[in-house]
Ligand binder design. Structure first.
Ligand code: BES
Ligand code: ZN
Length: 868
């Protein structure tokens, strides 16, 4: 690569935030003509550009075969520009210019699923973050916004020709070919460009916005999947209404299209007016997909829709600002989902993801701030930290401001920056100005890595009838980010009367505490204390309600206090958190299981009836993976597994008849409310697995009957899991039956692969059989992930024969699909916590991979992983 031509990129390919420079040229309009053929595609582009700042005209391009180039109508000679693997640079370009290029590309052999590629018989694009440069030469950066006019031309065997915006014209070319011309009136960066060419069916609907705009809604999928698009369509309309009601944001085009694709690296993509979705994030149907998948579809639909304002109308200045659009949009989709089901359960599930993925990421070699200040490959930064921690930062500010002020803040943001490419600072400034509250301290959260440790101590002073809480925060030192600062931590809290279980009112005159506003204390120093007066006995405190900040809370609750909170806390999230803390102590610190069992026995019978979904979450026993992520050295996965199994057995035995009685009493089919029914189904599956742990003779019969008689995928899969994971006599029969039922249903078949790969008893041979199965396909990321993801469910297996599995895949995908290769390799990032000799063995295997890989993606991840 020609380093001299691009001063923003250093010799080791690292890009730095501090080196940001304005683009030298802007693009007023781009005309694209994409002509698709079986063995190649022609792309003609005309850019109308004007100078914006000093510097050369830089057009990025990768894997493009340049056929012709004209500047202001004149063909350029090869001396007029420099061209390398990454870019085309024209020095001394005039201030106003029209640039025409013609290139040839090869979507038919593009396995990286970036740019224009072929997914089966369908041509689709994926351009975020840097895929557009694989379609044509362009200043492919998010701060260059332009009006796109797109002509797509293909054989008539591909009847569907889509691109962003409004359809202007269609027509035929000769006998066999046809074309469509689309124009997107909204200026957008190139990463939001999309086109789709293929043979698809469509589900149609309409929506009228609050402004009276009549919008045509279309979801494209293969014919047999059209009935599975209905839930997504309802979710889309719901999202459109929700964004109007909660953020005052109506939709701005006359059509909104979604296309379902079975080969896709990510979940979904928010291309303007033309979203492209992984089938797993749009197809939903009780018969073929699980309840969890149905909930996921609704939240991903909302997420991509919400990007229309937070991401598209207001976009990112550069990719360091990724969490500006992703963190905010995840916060928005989480809030939307809290309105769909039990809000507490949504919060529980979101925090569980945060703790299972983001906390370990932030504690290991891949740790980085939500807004990093350097990267080699931006695709490696679509991380739990950017997304989930990013969402938490927005949630903290929203918690602190309250609904009304937060809305004033977001209104100001949309007013100031509509149509612009902005930074995290711009967001914080607008939010502060609109709400009238200075939020600038929250910038610290964006700029530094690590999960803060929040230590709290309590004191009761009987003479003063005073209860005091002392707060302290700290962060682990990070080699690349010195000067770590204290962050603002909103601590939502409540005090309870230990005798009656009732919650005290914090702002009552006799229990006065002026630093706690609406139940939230803003702790923003290294140390601080707050006091509550007029307290006659030591209360039970519940800290960090609803997980009001993404921190590691250390507070020495007694086990009895935690059991008390399971019973009396009215915040469902903290009720769950208390159960998790208690279980974690039992699992990692050998505490007695009695207080947990006691609390569960007292709480569950009522809760099962009231909120079965929340009840089901109280049985969440921290996974082996999560427990492992809490161990920083001498980690022995086998020990964690053994301990966890023995606790589960104790639990299963202690509640003897409860499991079966509850199982038999539940009848999800009678529940009309989806959330209730989903809760009952979740409970039924838990009951089955606990009965299996008890060694109940009848459990396999019950499971097999459930498997056979249900029409619901969560029930069918739950039963299948119990049979397969416990080596039941009926297991093989059920697996064969499942295969025959669903062999033509890719998403259901993914579950079949997953359940076998995730079996705790799976061996290297099991995995080999699965990966050699005729339906296993390295070209379909979903299929690969169902096996690799299933395997990672069992750290004991993942850290033994799994190591080779992941390393082989990383090597294979290094060339074929580096984005996927890099992600799969991240499973091994905590190798250094393993006990010897295991640790050295994995390290050597990783080191042996180093000379073999070439992509920036895999190399950067491997180097980081090995840098501890
Ligand atoms: N913009 C992303 C999709 C994306 C990211 C595509 C990186 C290519 C590279 C999209 O909005 C997104 O965030 N999708 C998530 C799902 C969402 C619900 C968090 C995904 O794809 O996992
Ligand atoms: Zn997103």
């Amino acid at each position: 690569m020609n380093i001299a031509a691009n001063p923003h990129i250093s010799a080791d390919q690292t890009v730095y935030l501090k080196d940001y420079q304005q683009p030298s040229f802007l693009v007023d309009s781009i005309n694209l003509d994409i002509q698709v053929h079986d063995d190649h595609t022609h792309v003609f582009s005309t850019l109308v550009m004007k100078r914006n700042a000093a510097g050369d005209l830089v057009l990025l391009g990768r894997d493009l075969e340049l056929k012709s180039i004209k500047l202001n109508g004149e063909p350029l000679n090869s001396e007029d520009y420099t061209l390398d693997d990454e870019q085309l640079v024209i020095t001394n370009a005039p201030d106003q210019l029209t640039l025409e290029t013609q290139v040839v590309i090869h979507p038919e052999s593009n396995t990286q699923l970036e740019g224009l590629y072929k997914a089966g018989d369908l041509f689709v694009t994926q351009n975020e973050p840097e895929g557009f440069r694989k379609i044509t030469f362009y200043p492919d950066r998010p701060d260059v916004l332009s009006v796109f006019t797109t002509r797509v031309e293909a054989d008539k065997k591909y009847p569907v020709l889509l691109a962003n915006g409004n359809l202007l014209e269609t027509g035929t070319v000769g006998e066999d070919r046809h074309f469509a011309i689309w124009q997107d009136p909204t200026k957008k960066p190139s990463y939001l460009f999309a086109c789709v060419i293929g043979d698809l069916a469509v589900l149609k609907d309409r929506y009228t916005t609050s402004e009276g705009r009549d919008v045509a809604l279309e979801i494209y999928a293969i014919e047999k999947d059209i009935p599975k698009c209905k839930i997504a369509m309802e979710a889309l309309k719901h999202s459109m209404r929700w964004d109007e009601e909660h953020y005052g944001r109506p939709y701005d085009l006359d059509n909104y299209m979604i296309v379902a694709v079975s080969q896709f690296n990510m979940g979904a993509m928010e291309n303007k007016g033309l979203n492209i979705f992984n089938t797993s994030c749009v197809l939903a149907d009780e018969e073929y997909t699980t309840d969890a998948a149905i909930m996921r579809v609704q939240s991903v639909i909302a997420h991509e829709y919400f990007h229309n304002w937070t991401g598209n109308r207001i976009t990112c200045r550069d990719w360091f600002q990724l969490c500006l659009k992703e963190g905010l949009t995840v916060f928005r989709d989480q809030s939307f989902s809290e309105d769909l089901q039990s809000a507490a359960v949504q919060r529980i599930d979101d925090v569980a993801v945060l703790k299972a993925h983001q906390f370990p990421e932030d504690a290991g070699p891949l740790s980085h701030p939500p807004r990093p200040d350097h990267f080699v490959e931006i695709n490696n930064f679509y991380t739990a930290t950017v997304y989930e921690k990013g969402a938490e930062i927005n949630r903290m500010m929203a918690t602190l401001l309250g609904k009304e002020k937060f809305r004033q803040g977001t209104d100001e943001y949309f007013k100031r920056f509509d149509g612009q490419a902005v930074t995290v600072e711009d967001w914080i400034d607008a939010l502060s100005a609109g709400s009238g509250v200075d939020l600038s301290a929250f910038l610290i959260w964006y700029n530094q890595p690590g999960t803060p440790k929040l230590e709290v101590e309590s004191e009761y002073l009987p003479d003063q009838r005073t209860y005091r809480l002392n707060f302290k925060q700290s962060l682990k030192a990070h080699p690349k980010y010195p000067n770590l600062k204290a962050v603002p931590i909103p601590v939502a809290l409540a005090l309870f009367n230990p005798q009656t279980g009732e919650q005290y009112t914090l702002n009552s005159p006799d229990l006065f505490e002026n630093q706690v506003k609406d139940g939230v204390y803003l702790f923003d120093q290294d140390h601080a204390s707050i006091e509550f007066s007029g307290v006659d006995q030591p209360p039970v405190v519940s800290l960090l309600r609803n997980f009001s900040a993404p921190v590691n809370l250390v507070f020495n609750y007694t086990d009895e206090e935690l059991a008390f909170l399971i019973q009396h806390e009215t915040n469902g999230f903290n009720q769950w958190q208390a159960s998790q803390t208690l279980l974690e102590r039992i699992l990692l610190q050998e505490h007695s299981v009695e207080p947990y069992i006691d609390a569960i026995q007292k709480t569950l019978p009522t809760l099962v009836r009231q909120d079965p979904l929340l009840a089901s979450r109280l049985f969440d026993v921290p996974t082996e993976g999560y427990l492992g992520s809490r161990i920083d050295h001498d980690y022995q996965p086998e020990q964690v597994q053994e301990k966890r199994n023995s606790v589960l057995e104790t639990l299963a035995r202690a509640l003897n008849g409860f499991w079966k009685e509850t199982y038999l009493a539940l009848n999800p089919a009678l529940q009309h409310d989806f959330s209730q029914a989903m809760g009952e189904r979740a409970l039924k599956n838990i009951m089955l697995s606990m009965m299996a742990r008890q060694g109940d003779d009848e459990v396999f019969e019950l499971a097999y009957t459930q498997y056979q008689t249900t029409g619901n995928m969560s029930e069918r899969l739950g039963a299948l899991r119990v049979l397969v994971w416990n080596d039941a006599p009926q297991a093989q029969q059920a697996l064969d039956d499942f295969y025959n039922r669903y062999k033509d249903e890719a998403l259901s078949l993914d579950q079949w692969f997953m359940i076998q790969a995730a079996n705790p008893n799976a061996t290297a041979e099991t995995i080999r059989t699965l990966t050699q199965h005729p339906d296993y396909d390295l070209g379909t990321p979903n299929r690969v992930r169902s096996v690799s993801g299933g395997l990672s469910n069992n750290p004991v297996n993942a850290w033994s024969y799994g190591v080779e599995h992941y390393i082989d895949l990383a090597q294979y995908f290094d060339e074929k699909n580096p984005i996927l290769g890099s992600r799969l390799l991240q499973v091994l990032s905590r190798w250094y916590t393993l006990a010897e000799p295991h640790k050295t063995r994995v390290k050597e295997a990783l080191q042996a991979l180093q000379p073999k890989v070439k992509s920036k993606n895999v190399k950067e991840t491997l180097n980081s992983i090995l840098s501890v």
